[in-house]
Design a protein around this ligand. Structure first.
Ligand code: FAD
Length: 401
């Protein structure tokens, strides 16, 4: 009577919460649980705009997996997932293969390029600790090298953020805090620096309340952001971006934040997917695979009220992880009845840098410093769920006012 094998792929919001729920349950006695992740640390994707801009040290966003997960109870494998061989119930990693009876797919997402030429080659992305450290170092290098130029090149200090959705706006907000510091550090007048937010849709923050969008744009414009709304980008080149009307913005720094698609492992493994996301059943399984759960940005669930997919968020990934852990426990105990997943959207708060934010909490609109405090409380609440008060004290956000 061999113990069933549960393999969790990805130690992001979804994977970490599943692992932490299972380690507190009887599942770790009744099954063999393994967590696989590319790095030996977990990072908070929702904080990455801060180390990208340089307003937070990258180490603050990450924590060693074994500082939160008890590796006596859950095996941890540091490796990269290459492919899932569904017929054979095997996961191919870069260095080994793992068998599973139940699989949790929580590998997150990658930037959506919409096939626009040059994005992969010439734009930066806010995706991982390493990708954001590169943005920060590159930006500092631009400031440092400007002083050395005899003939000043405008592209050196022109920063283009492609996409004024949630991530793009939060990043631009951080940059409005960081750029004055960099100007001071490198003896450069603020007016030499351009910060341009380019958005293809007819509005910034599409889908957000209009009044909040206006508030956000006013705050950011007052800090020197140039918005180019309704402006699709045709191509990214080494020296800038080509817009749909064939005008060109010279820039040595283009950061791509126009949305995400599911991890490429999904398509490589032959799942039926839309933009790399698997439309899951009510109990969060892949419709073709009754032993594979899919959570977080690799999953797609429909908001019945508007008949459109929910945008992928950490909030949903975390809630799915709770249901997924309960359902794994039920299966290990031989039960047939599984829990149905119902998202409970508590609101959305976008930071605008410093002590400014906007958002909806419940059905209330929040602005300014109070919104920023709510945002920090949301961040701390996740740490509390994951590692209790010691983790909040170690990694939490305390500068509230
Ligand atoms: P992730 O948390 O991204 O984790 C995926 C994990 O898989 C990572 O640890 C990664 O290293 C690992 N991995 C990836 N590929 C492989 C591989 N091949 N092999 C092994 N390991 C691999 N959502 C909100 O709800 N609220 C917010 O305020 C918010 N703000 C955001 C701000 C920014 C700047 C960004 C970029 C996103 C924000 N989001 C927010 C969205 C949120 O971060 C994602 O929806 C969430 O991270 C998805 O969780 P996940 O568990 O699916 O994946």
């Amino acid at each position: 009577n061999k113990k069933p094998k549960i393999v969790i792929l990805g130690a992001g919001y979804g994977g970490m919460i599943v692992a932490s729920r299972l380690q507190k349950s009887t599942v770790v006695k009744d099954a063999e649980v393994t967590l696989v992740n590319k790095h030996d640390y977990h990072y908070q994707t929702t904080w990455l705009h801060e180390p990208a801009a340089g307003t937070m040290h990258p180490d603050k966003t990450r924590m060693k997996i074994d500082s939160v997960i008890d590796t006596q109870k859950i095996n941890f494998v540091k490796d990269t997932v290459v492919e899932i061989k569904r017929e054979e119930k095997k996961v191919v990693l870069s260095n080994l293969e793992l068998d599973y009876d139940y699989l949790v797919l929580g590998l997150g997402s990658v930037p959506e390029t919409f096939g626009i030429p040059g994005v992969k080659e010439h734009a930066f992305s806010i995706r991982s600790v390493n990708s954001v450290r590169l943005i920060k170092d590159h930006m500092e290098y631009q400031f440092a090298s400007y002083n050395k130029q005899d003939e000043k090149f405008e592209e050196t200090l022109t920063f283009v953020v492609a996409g004024a959705g949630f991530t793009g706006i939060e990043f631009v907000g951080e940059l409005t805090e960081r750029i004055p510091e960099l100007c001071e550090m490198y003896d450069i007048p603020r007016e030499k620096v351009r910060l341009v937010s380019v958005e293809a849709a007819p509005t910034a923050l599409p889908g957000f309340d209009e009044e909040l969008v206006e508030y956000a744009m006013n705050v950011l414009e007052s800090r020197g952001v140039e918005f180019m709304i309704n402006t699709p980008i045709k191509e990214v080149r080494e020296d800038g971006v080509l817009l749909n009307d064939d005008s060109f913005i010279k820039s040595s720094t283009v950061v791509w934040t126009t949305g995400v698609r599911g991890n490429p492992v999904v398509e490589k493994s032959g799942f039926d997917a839309m933009r790399g996301r698997i439309k899951v059943t009510d109990d969060l399984r892949s419709p073709e695979d009754e032993n594979i759960f899919v959570i977080g940005d690799c999953s797609l669930i429909i908001n019945e009220e508007i008949n459109r997919p929910y945008p992928p968020t950490a909030q949903i990934a975390i809630q799915q992880a709770y249901t997924c852990a309960n359902n794994l426990k039920a299966l290990v105990e031989g039960k047939k009845e599984l829990e149905t997943f119902k998202p409970d959207i508590k609101g959305t708060v976008a930071s605008l840098g410093g002590k400014e934010a906007i958002g909806i909490v419940g059905s209330r609109k929040v602005y300014g410093n109070s919104a920023s405090v709510v945002k920090k409380m949301i961040d701390n609440r996740y740490l509390l769920m994951l590692g209790g008060m010691p983790l909040v004290i170690k990694k939490g956000k305390w500068k509230m006012f």
